[in-house]
Design a protein around this ligand. Structure first.
Ligand code: LLP
Length: 382
């Protein structure tokens, strides 16, 4: 719920902007911290979900590590206070420049996705006279039952090493001196709402553990990636960390001395953000009533790209309900946030909130049509 007093303050601010409710963020982080302390599992926040410097600072203050996919993300995480020794570097296409910067920063681990990548990391580490830790990102061939663009662990995915390649990986690793295999890593998709998917992942991990042990390979870290979904229909509902941790605890067979690592992104921050916009015009189409707002797909691309549904609220009207196509100003028909969507009678100047956009909202904004990037406003600043 967006507080009434705050809505009054929104009236004077230039729109569109991301509004972050820090009470919600801190409450999610406390819940996550509790689960992590009770279970002993380590959290690496997935920086790609939201890398706003103030958000990163708050998350790092809880003592979590970070999961990054570029040197720029690693640098942003370090600037926000994350310890480089707790930063994992993932990604299917790491550049030499990024790898070298990460080697120099002495990060925790490179999560590797192919034999050629491991060879390059080994070579670059040798040039820097260092030995670096790597984990193998393995493709477990599990359908995450989520949007196809954010499904990452099936046969045709570009991600991860296939299990049939593992013998060859171990053979090649035995010839490399500057990489040290410390773990296995998985990430099968994002916005996963079926808990059975994570259960299948646990079963697969247990089988792989046996496989590695039978080859005398001791892995210190099991990293299950991110993926825990949020309830977009109920923006005020807290993420289901407790259920998720219980499932991991029940189904993953950790060996003595092993650490379990998690990389949540969306579940940490998704719920905390709303995109605040003003209505520019109400326009009559042949059979449609358009509410044209000043936020567009450049500010929030999820509906256009993944057909994502975000709850939309008119914060300044309580009139009779009509159905609107809520659209932005960008010159594309994909610039539509919702079709035939029930809102109280909406007029020019009304304030609209698009909810649950804290994750993959601001970070995916673009300057298409030479539009300005959206601003950000925090609950402790207004
Ligand atoms: N770890 C790895 C290796 C990842 O690739 C990702 C997300 C995460 C962790 C965090 O996953 P999360 O807990 O946030 O589901 N832009 C899309 C989501 C892309 C997710 C990419 N990888 C969206 O707006 O839905």
């Amino acid at each position: 719920m967006i507080d009434r007093n705050i809505i009054e303050k929104f009236r004077d601010l230039p729109t569109p902007f991301y509004y972050y409710d820090l009470d919600v963020l801190n409450s999610n982080l406390n819940a996550l911290k509790n689960e992590s302390v009770n279970s002993g599992y380590k959290i690496h926040y997935a920086v790609k979900a939201n890398s706003n410097p103030k958000i990163l600072k708050i998350i790092s203050s809880y003592g979590f590590g970070a999961d990054c996919v570029s040197w720029n993300e690693i640098a942003a995480a370090m600037a926000a206070g994350f310890n480089p020794g707790e930063i994992a570097f993932a990604g299917v296409g790491k550049t030499d420049k990024d790898i070298e910067a990460a080697i120099r920063a002495e990060i925790f681990c490179f999560n590797c996705e192919s034999i050629p990548e491991i060879e390059v990391i080994n070579q670059l580490a040798l040039q820097h006279n260092q030995t670096v830790r790597i984990a193998l990102r393995i493709n477990p061939l599990i359908d995450a039952y989520t949007h196809k663009y954010i499904t990452t662990g099936i046969e045709e995915s570009k991600f991860g090493i296939q299990t049939w390649e593992l013998d060859e990986v171990l053979r090649r690793l035995s010839e490399m001196r500057n990489v040290n295999l410390t773990g296995m890593h998985f990430h099968i998709g994002s916005q996963i709402t079926r808990m059975s998917v994570f259960q299948s992942l646990c079963t697969h991990i247990n089988e792989l553990q046996d496989w590695f042990i039978s080859r005398n390979v001791d892995l210190k870290v099991i990293n299950v990636g991110g993926g825990l979904g949020i309830d977009y229909e109920n923006p005020d509902k807290s993420p289901g960390f407790a259920e998720y941790f219980t499932l991991l605890n029940d189904f993953i067979d950790l060996r003595s001395g092993q650490e379990l690592h998690l990389e949540p992104g969306r579940a940490v921050i998704g719920q905390c953000g709303s995109l605040i916009s003003k209505v520019l015009f109400i326009k009559n189409g042949s059979n449609t009533l358009f509410a044209i707002i000043d936020a567009g797909m450049t500010d929030l691309i999820r509906p256009a790209l993944y057909q994502a549904h975000h709850k939309i609220e008119n914060l300044t009207s309580e009139g009779n309900v009509y159905r609107y196509d809520v659209v932005g100003p960008v010159c594309e028909s994909a610039d539509t946030f919702a079709k035939f969507y029930e809102l109280p009678e909406t007029r020019r100047g009304d304030i609209i909130a698009i909810r649950s956009v804290g994750a993959y909202g601001e970070v995916m904004a673009s300057r298409y049509n030479m539009r300005d990037l959206p601003g950000s406003v925090f609950s402790d600043e207004i």
